[in-house]
Design a protein around this ligand. Structure first.
Ligand code: HEM
Length: 361
């Protein structure tokens, strides 16, 4: 096991070194969405030409050892962007604030470690240049593309926060999975995202896993009538009582590790896990989007990319706001440009997979 990890790190180091030699393809600026002020397509083209390739090759290496890591990384972007903006505040390893707030307790520690490792690679190539907020957005883009989703340009130029949020702010901004459609629409609207965006980005639940307690409200005391009855029986077996807190199941039972439009087809058949997923059928606009993205992979790729890019630009810090963190999980030392360097991450262990059994329903 240990030698496999060293092997993986060697592969990552070699591929990252090669990625910086690759001729950089000019960014055409033909993004799907106009960047907000301060962001641009290809922001690092001069200052760190290998930035995007470094993120890409690193993500390819991580996913080649465990493809399910994609879900963990993708989820980080939503949880970061909806709480004080896409500023990497979520990544700070606090003991009494954003990262330790209840909605964030099921985020994968391995996903945080992946972002830290990519940052340490980029610090050795382009010290103090590439922000953690951009690394996260680029890593998510790669996770989507490397699991079968389309490739899309994503604007960069985000800067990192100088602080992290409180528990109360997290709870106010990340709505629980038991939320109804009105709560979800209003939450997204407060971030500048419309009901079509809400339905489209919920399509990220085409990969990744969920714990029982995220959907047990649909199983008892009575079974949610909108849940497919065959799936309900399987989920009751998986989650017989609250003691099985480590049980995980795939969010998309049909193609769990492929970034495709299967989530939308599942939704129309009552085969989604969360109340918030099923709720998309309770509003005309979100339901029409679910139907349309279920029936067309082209439309899915296009609308998902547009809505994800919009989400990735919520309340970004740009220009001279914020800073460029040296280590994504640690705030820079106050009043100093010196790095607060921690030991490089040498092992990425997916603790979810280590501790839990993933049930394929
Ligand atoms: C609409 C509001 C949303 C709610 C209420 C919600 C809620 C949840 C919940 C409860 C889980 C399972 C957590 C667990 O039990 O381990 C989950 C997983 C996940 N969510 Fe969401 N989510 C929402 C939107 C999003 C968005 C916008 C994205 C990204 C674009 C996203 C990406 C993911 C991913 C990839 C997973 C799997 C994580 C893993 O495998 O570790 N979600 N979500």
């Amino acid at each position: 096991m240990g030698s496999n990890k060293f092997g993986l790190m060697t592969v990552i180091s070699i591929t990252i070194a090669v990625s910086c030699l690759v001729k950089v393809v000019p960014i055409q600026g033909q993004g799907l969405v106009p960047p907000v002020s301060g962001l641009e397509y290809g922001f690092y083209q001069s200052s760190c030409p290998c930035a995007e390739n470094t993120v890409r090759t690193s993500i390819i290496s991580f996913l080649s050892s465990n493809v399910s890591q994609a879900g963990g990384v993708i989820r980080l972007l939503y949880h970061d962007c909806f709480v004080q903006g896409c500023d990497a505040s979520l990544l700070i390893n606090d003991t009494n604030g954003e990262q330790t707030s209840f909605p964030n307790l099921t985020l994968r520690q391995s996903a945080f470690a992946i972002i830290d490792l990519i940052k340490s690679q980029l610090e050795s190539k382009c010290p103090g240049v590439v922000s953690c907020a951009d690394i996260l957005a680029l890593a998510v883009r790669e996770c989507i593309n490397q699991t079968g989703g389309s490739f899309f340009e994503i604007p960069t130029g985000r800067r990192d926060s100088l602080n992290f949020s409180s528990d109360a702010t997290v709870r106010a901004n990340l709505k629980p999975p038991t939320s109804n459609i009105s709560v979800l629409i209003s939450s997204f609207s407060s971030k500048g995202l419309n009901p079509t965006d809400l339905a489209a980005v919920s399509g990220a639940h085409t990969v990744g896993t969920s714990h029982c307690n995220s959907f047990s409200n649909r199983l008892r005391p009575t079974v949610d009538p909108t849940l497919n009855s065959t799936l309900a029986i399987k989920l009751q077996q998986l989650c017989p009582n609250s003691s099985n807190i480590n049980a995980l199941t795939n969010l998309d039972m049909v193609t769990p590790n492929t970034f495709d439009n299967q989530y939308f087809t599942n939704n129309l058949q009552g085969n989604v896990l969360l109340t918030s997923d099923a709720a998309l059928l309770n509003n005309t606009e979100t339901k029409t989007t679910v139907q349309s993205l279920s029936s067309s992979t082209t439309q899915f790729s296009k609308q998902f990319s547009i809505s994800l890019i919009k989400m990735s630009m919520i309340s970004v810090l740009t220009g001279s706001a914020g800073n460029i963190r040296k280590v994504c999980s640690v705030l820079n030392a106050p009043g100093s440009s010196a790095a607060t360097v921690t030991a490089p991450v040498t092992e990425i262990i997916d603790e979810f997979v280590e501790k839990a059994t993933i049930y394929n329903t």
